[in-house]
Write a protein that binds this ligand. Structure first.
Ligand code: ADP
Length: 172
């Protein structure tokens, strides 16, 4: 049984992430998509929402499981009985950090291999932060994120609009 962990913040999941998940699910017997709970970035979506969006988006992939983790990634990978950590590489800018991280993780556990997968060209510029920025200014991100994420983003946009409206009314 070859199990791999695909870690990230997935705030929210994009089609770039889904592309890596699908491709990894063809190589490994099981892929555990692991949402990091304790990240320094302040996330837009609650951990429960990020997990739900991922579950919905990957429901047609039988060997993909969604989970969350806290603390050291290699410890989590060991607990899960995983032999690999999957990482996606978009541009050269991803490389340096991921390279250092992979070396550190190997130092921590020599049995766990980091496997890098190149992005598909159509998603090479795609990141969760780009999605959040474009959608917060009312731009369309259709085709770049799973359907369920579009629903969550439009919900966020309408609640932000309501708050702004209330603030304006208070000022008047
Ligand atoms: P982001 O950088 O979009 O905020 P995460 O921290 O959730 O995303 O990233 C999780 C993993 O997915 C990382 O290995 C990252 O390099 C990879 N990844 C993110 N977006 C893409 C993409 N468009 N193509 C390939 N890999 C990606």
């Amino acid at each position: 049984m070859r199990r791999a962990i695909y870690p990230g913040s997935f705030d929210p999941v994009t089609n770039g992430h889904m592309d890596i998940i699908e491709r990894a699910s063809k190589i490994f017997d099981e892929v555990v998509v692991a949402v990091a709970v304790n990240i320094s970035k302040s996330p837009m979506f609650l951990i429960e929402d990020r997990l739900f969006m991922l579950q919905e988006a990957s429901k047609n992939l039988p060997n993909v499981r969604v989970d969350s983790f806290d603390g050291l990634l290699v410890r989590y990978a060991e607990e899960q009985g995983a032999s690999a950590i999957v990482k996606g590489l978009r541009a050269l800018s991803d490389f340096e950090f991921e390279f250092e991280m992979a070396l550190m993780n190997r130092r921590l556990d020599t049995d766990i291999e980091t496997v890098f997968m190149m992005t598909s060209v159509e998603y090479s510029y795609l990141s969760s932060s780009m999605i959040k920025e474009v959608s917060s200014f009312g731009g369309s991100v259709e085709g770049l994120v799973p359907e369920i994420v579009l629903d969550y983003l439009s919900q966020k946009a309408s609640s932000t609009r309501r708050i702004m409206q209330k603030r304006r009314q208070k000022k008047e």
